[in-house]
Design a binder for this molecule. Structure first.
Ligand SMILES: [Zn+2]
Length: 77
């Protein structure tokens, strides 16, 4: 399989599992994490994304392969 250069897939909603490897997809938490957030991240419940977030920041990430997913906002309105 060719390597995905962008490593980010646009999705309408959180994938139940990674379409690439079938791994668990978890939310990426931005901002300053609480101690509870650190513990949950160590349990693999979500990923800590750091304090920098913008409109291009992905929302979810695969725990197995690291592929990231960003929510697309449809502009049909
Ligand atoms: Zn994956």
């Amino acid at each position: 399989m060719n390597q995905d250069m962008s490593n980010i897939t646009s999705v309408l909603r959180k994938p139940r599992k990674c379409p690439h490897c079938g791994g668990k997809v978890v939310s990426i938490l931005y901002g300053e994490p609480t101690p509870e957030a650190f513990e949950a991240a160590e349990r693999g419940e979500f990923i800590l994304g750091g304090c920098c977030i913008n409109e291009l920041s992905p929302h979810w990430e695969c725990l197995s392969c690291g592929h990231q997913f960003i929510r697309v906002i449809t502009q049909s309105q």
